[in-house]
Design a protein. Structure first.
Lengths: 629, 198
């Protein structure tokens, strides 16, 4: 047992470590890397994992559970309330139309109406795991397509609750779910009672969240043992999931609800940072398991059937999604990303299909084919997105670069390149432009790119970390590259690549905080701009003024503090590696804060010179004859 | 009645006992407008257009500052460089300040006696103030002798109050316009003109 566990772990982790970096290097994204890794170690290629792949999948589904807990955590009821129209509008349209079209198609293919409806509902789901991961990697979360995707996914994830409640009503009367393996409480009940149970369970999670979880976490937090808090966070997630399973409901939804309830508590951020790594690893495992579970034998036996199913599903879903995007007024580029991004069938479909099969609404064989098709759509999506990015959008959407109109324009290439034109980069760009320096801009938000081009900027559209785009933006001949992307990791990545590929280019980088800045310093980058320093100090200067300090004295104090802080930051950076390695960023952040405050206390960074100070001179040299007033 | 603009320049006003006495409530003297440059432009980014408009609205300009290392604080120099433009304040077409009155009001740590040849400071105060005098001439203004508070750190509160009082009386008197600028110019300090006449 132990040895199989270890060998399994070895295979899965090795698959992740080998294939994900390979996929990233080839620009395929991590999700595709996991999926390919899964297929290769699966029973049909290398055969490292056999039928137990299914069990691993059940285990790894827990990654999905954790992901939903985190989504719940990020979703404060207030935020949700603000988004409600958007979520309802796009969600109902997408799910309603997809379900209806799939229903009709399956009915025509000869399934019973109950089976068609149940499968239609399952097929209308998209994969939150794949889409969120992909969007985040591409830095598209804040674009219109990202927001719309999030809204639709949210609606789908929530609607699993009523769907699970309604599906038992579709079961052919008299037939009870065959007790396969673990029997759950809910299975023995008639349809109406199952629905009722669900409502009770959902409400009890909400009540427990408020009256048990939060006081419990407060108690644990007082003990001040970090690992105990992590254990408690895991305990809450697992306990909720287990209870839901016991009642026979989806654990993912239970934890999603628990997440929403805890989103308003003071522990939100700590819970997030505790669960995040577990989620990442388990989700990766889940993707590998999906890859490994693709039943190539079944596909070989019914190639046409499976191909037709996959093609049909993606076509129907894409058409509906495109229409939804059009109604939400997405531009062509954004709509293509949205459409192809959500074109797959999601992980909840696995849960739903298993449930439907249990209720004997469809046969086990159809269920296998459906699940196979689901896994294939998941694999196809990242490929479709890649094709979209490389082939479709450059031709039909926002161009990567505008063609040079005249040959002599090539000579007027700008000496500054700005990567990332969000609020930070755009301010730099506007400032430079106001002073007569045009910059070449790299951005991955097509809407923004279109707007900027209309305003006459030279803009390249795409992932700034791609060397070919950097090259076409003139990185060879430019003098300065400004890395002003929102995501610190992307800036770091960009800085590293440019330093290697274009050693003559001066790289100036935006850092979100001191930790990012340290990493940049370690890479040997000198020009680092911590984004909040100047604003915070300017804020502080204004506070001093409001408290009655003379404006010039306050201004000087601010200038002095910025200088002091810069020096202090660089000095601390040298000693950073003397300390033990920090595993958790937040902990290092706190330790850093402590060092800074300690330094402040010793150095007292305020004006303590005697410039223009006549009272000080009186005390020092009362008989001086000049220099004072 | 003439209006007076005090261009007050002090980087550490909050620490200056002498200037507090001189400047406090100076705005209450009728016709006097005190313009606190370090408070207005802590970033040294002087709004020249606004300053020109202010100058246009007043007939008497006072450069009021503590006498640091034999000159004015940096911001006042900045003000002169930025505001006294060629073609506006001087040059053949620069007549905006023509016939306005200008003088320096200052506080100095050293005594009046120390500002003389062979004394501690080697030169007289008026000699040190030549750049102001000639800048005024360049702008076709009428330059008057300085008003000076000497030995600030040895002054008692009472003496300081007396200086503050005479500064007010001086400004009040200048607003009336009932004096001959040529005869005023014969005094070394405006303090002398004030005590001589009354």
């Amino acid at each position: 047992m132990t040895s199989t566990f270890l060998s399994d772990a070895l295979i899965y982790l090795a698959a992740a470590v080998i294939f994900v970096p390979l996929a990233k290097k080839m620009g395929l994204g991590s999700v595709l890397g996991y999926l390919i890794g899964g297929m290769i170690i699966g029973p049909f290629f290398l055969g490292f994992v056999g039928q137990e792949g299914k069990d691993i999948m059940h285990f790894a589904e827990f990654g999905v559970v954790m992901m939903l807990f985190l989504i719940g955590l990020e979703l404060e009821p207030k935020t949700f309330w603000r988004m409600r129209r958007f979520v309802l509008g796009t969600g109902i349209m997408q799910m309603g139309m997809t379900t209806f079209l799939c229903f009709v198609a399956l009915l025509l293919a000869g399934l019973s109406w109950q089976a068609s409806l149940a499968c239609g509902l399952a097929l209308s789901m998209s994969s939150t795991a794949i889409v969120m991961q992909t969007l985040r990697e591409k830095g598209l979360m804040k674009t219109e397509s990202g927001k719309t995707s999030f809204a639709v996914l949210l609606f789908q994830d929530i609607s699993v609750i009523p769907i699970l409640a309604l599906i038992p009503l579709l079961a052919v009367s008299g037939v009870k779910a065959a007790s396969t393996g673990h029997a759950s409480f809910i299975e023995g009940l008639p349809g109406w009672a199952q629905t009722l149970t669900l409502l009770v369970a959902v409400n009890s999670v909400v009540v427990a969240g408020h009256f048990i979880f939060v006081p419990f976490l407060r108690f644990i937090a007082r003990i001040r043992l970090r690992e105990l808090f992590t254990a408690s966070a895991l305990l809450i997630v697992i306990a909720t999931a287990y209870l839901m399973m016991l009642v026979g409901l989806s654990p993912a939804l239970g934890t999603f609800l628990a997440g929403v309830v805890l989103a308003t508590s003071e522990f939100r951020h700590e819970l997030e940072s505790d669960i995040e790594p577990f989620k990442g690893v388990l989700l990766g495992l889940f993707f590998i398991a999906v890859g490994a579970s693709i039943n190539f034998k079944l596909i070989m036996e019914n190639p046409l059937k499976v191909m037709a199913l996959v093609g049909g599903i993606i076509t129907i879903k894409s058409l509906v999604l495109y229409a939804t995007g059009k109604v939400s007024r997405l531009s062509f580029d954004q709509n293509m990303i949205f459409t192809l991004g959500l074109g797959q069938v999601g992980e909840f479909a696995f849960v739903l299909f298993a449930f439907i099969t249990q209720l004997q609404i469809i046969s086990a064989e159809s269920s296998d084919i459906m699940m196979g098709a689901t896994a294939i759509t998941m694999t196809v999506t990242p490929l479709l997105l890649l094709m979209n990015e490389r082939l479709i959008l450059p031709r039909f959407g926002t161009k990567e670069a505008l063609e040079q109109k005249e040959a002599d324009e090539i000579s007027s290439e700008h000496s500054v390149i700005i990567a990332g034109f969000g609020y930070f980069g755009s301010t730099i760009g506007r400032f430079l432009r106001a002073n007569g320096f045009e910059a070449t801009i790299l951005d991955n938000d097509s809407d923004r790119v279109d707007l900027l081009r209309k305003m006459g900027f030279t803009v390249f559209y795409g992932d700034a970390t791609r060397l070919d785009i950097l090259k076409s933006a003139g990185a060879d001949s430019a003098k300065i590259l400004i890395a002003a992307i929102d995501a610190p990791e992307t800036n770091l990545d960009l800085a590293e690549r440019t330093k290697k590929a274009f050693p003559n280019l001066k790289v100036m980088v935006r850092a979100r905080n001191n930790l990012d800045a340290y990493n940049l310093l370690d890479m040997g980058i000198e020009d680092i701009y911590r984004e909040s320093i100047d604003t915070s100090v300017r804020f502080g200067v204004d506070v001093l003024i409001k408290l009655g300090v003379r404006k010039y004295t306050a201004t000087r104090a601010g200038q002095l503090f910025i200088k002091y802080d810069e020096a202090s930051f660089r000095q601390l950076a040298q000693h950073r590696h003397d300390q033990e390695a920090y595993l958790v960023n937040i902990r290092e952040q706190i330790a850093l804060q402590e060092q800074l405050l300690e330094n402040d206390r010793k150095a007292s960074p305020n004006i303590h010179d005697f410039a223009w100070d006549m009272d000080a001179e009186i005390k020092n040299t009362p008989d001086m004859n000049n220099n004072q007033g | 009645m003439k209006k007076i603009l005090i261009l007050f320049s002090h980087p550490r006003f909050e620490k200056s006992r002498a200037n507090r006495a001189l400047i406090e409530n100076i705005d209450k003297v009728e016709g006097v407008n005190c313009h606190d440059l370090y408070e207005e432009y802590p970033d040294f980014n002087i709004n020249a257009e606004r300053e020109k408009e202010l100058l246009g609205n007043h007939q008497i300009i006072v450069w009021h500052f503590p006498f640091y290392t034999y000159s004015a604080p940096a911001l006042l120099k900045q003000w002169m460089d930025v505001v006294l433009e060629y073609g506006w304040a001087h040059g053949s077409k620069g007549n905006a300040l023509k016939d306005k009155i200008a003088f320096v009001a200052l506080t100095a740590g050293g005594t009046r006696e120390s500002y003389a040849a062979n004394q501690h400071n080697q030169f007289t105060l008026c000699e040190f103030l030549r750049p102001f005098e000639q800048a005024a001439n360049l702008c076709k203004m009428i330059y008057l002798p300085p008003f000076a508070v000497h030995g600030t750190h040895v002054l008692t509160d009472q003496q300081l109050a007396a200086y503050a009082d005479s500064y007010r009386r001086l400004l009040g008197k200048l607003t009336t316009g009932e004096y001959d600028t040529v005869s005023v110019s014969r005094f070394e300090y405006l303090n002398d003109w004030l005590s001589n006449k009354g």
